[in-house]
Design a protein around this ligand. Structure first.
Ligand code: NAD
Length: 334
């Protein structure tokens, strides 16, 4: 199967590509990635010389590039996105452009080229916030942030291409991922790298917000199960089964790094911060035999160890993130 992976130089996409070649060294994978601030080509260094691997630097919003890379593909696994909620609050433009327009460009090209399957990788955030219980796949979408609204829009476009044009689309929605190679602006790598540097960590509000945690390798196995066995036009949830408040997660990270609560700075809450996300993932478990394999305690310890051992990977990225922040603050005085 020849697979086009968009956003393959990012956190989750690169894990997916590495996993695919681990499972089958003869796999054929083309990565299309713009290498935005969060894309790192070196994340794919371990597969760079594999014969079946091709890397194309390009924008999913560019119909010419997309047309070229789509030719001859059997399937698309679509990760490329602007993915950081805080950035979407500062400016929604890039989110609408990449997440909505980019997805439409890919869907249209997939249809034109007769691609056999399109996997739209999405998020639990499209449902809004839930006080108790868990969402099933038929819950109406009620996104609250510009990021989640743009992902909801992309999901609906993808499903509409199935319904209207018969394109073989499947949508996956997952919970919060953690693991190696995550850009150090998201909570786990942000906190770990700041603690390693002896700096304080910023905890939003009272830390009551609850998320489910999913190891990136389990997420990618779930996506591959859906790619191979999911039913066309369906949505599949992928969860980790470990719900934690941000307060609890912060405590675990402080313990792992041997730091105390005096390193925590309570910062004003994120605007419109959703209190809790929770997915019911019994559909993928029952239909496709998905079970998350990574024990959370072990997975978190291994993730902390990875950041400890890979300072040369994350230090330049933190500088990149800080430069971007300084540039934004110059343009938008607070
Ligand atoms: N990280 C999570 O916990 C999480 C949870 C749920 C869903 N998701 C979804 O998973 C996907 C991957 O997320 P991630 O955490 O790996 O993000 P990431 O920011 O690490 O990676 C995104 C990748 O997409 C690329 N990209 C961005 N805009 C592009 C464009 N216009 N054209 C081509 N490439 C472009 C970037 O260069 C980067 O390599 C996203 O669709 C995201 O919405 C992530």
């Amino acid at each position: 199967m020849r697979v086009l992976v968009t956003g393959g130089a990012g956190f989750i996409g690169s894990e997916y590509v590495r996993q695919r070649f681990d499972a089958d060294p003869a796999a054929r994978v083309t990565v299309l990635d713009k290498l935005t601030y969060s894309g790192v080509e070196a994340n794919l260094a371990s597969v760079a010389t594999v014969p079946g691997y091709t890397f194309v630097r390009g924008d999913i919003c560019d119909p010419d590039v997309v047309d070229q890379v789509m030719a001859g593909q059997d399937a698309v696994v679509h990760f490329a996105a602007e993915s950081h909620v805080d950035r979407s609050i500062e400016g929604a433009g890039p989110f609408v452009r990449t997440n909505v327009l980019g997805t439409q460009v890919l869907l249209d090209a997939a249809l034109r080229h007769g691609v056999g399957r399109f996997v739209q990788v999405s998020t639990d955030e499209v449902y809004g916030s839930i006080g108790e219980g868990s969402w099933t796949e038929d819950r109406p979408l009620a996104p609250n942030s510009p990021y989640s609204a743009s992902k909801a829009c992309a999901d609906l476009l993808a499903l509409a291409h199935h319904r209207t044009h018969g394109l073989d689309v499947v949508v996956t929605r997952c919970t919060n991922n953690y693991g190696p190679y995550q850009f150090p602006e998201k909570v786990v790598p942000l906190f770990v790298t700041r603690l390693l540097d002896g700096k304080p960590v910023p905890l939003y509000g009272d830390g009551r917000n609850v998320r489910d945690w999913l190891h990136v390798s389990d997420h990618c196995r779930g996506i591959d199960l859906v790619l191979r066995g999911g039913r066309a036009g369906e949505v599949y949830h992928i969860g980790g089964g470990v719900e934690l408040s941000n307060h609890k997660l912060t405590g675990l990270l402080l313990d792992a790094l041997g730091a105390d609560w005096d390193r925590v700075e309570h910062v004003p809450d994120r605007k419109g911060h959703d209190l809790r996300y929770s997915l019911d993932d019994s559909k993928i478990r029952e239909e496709l035999g998905y079970v998350p394999r990574t024990d959370f305690t072990e997975g978190l310890a291994a993730t902390v160890a990875w950041y400890r051992a890979h300072r040369s990977w994350w230090e330049p990225l933190k500088e990149r993130a800080e430069r971007l922040l300084a540039h934004r603050e110059e343009r938008v005085p607070r």
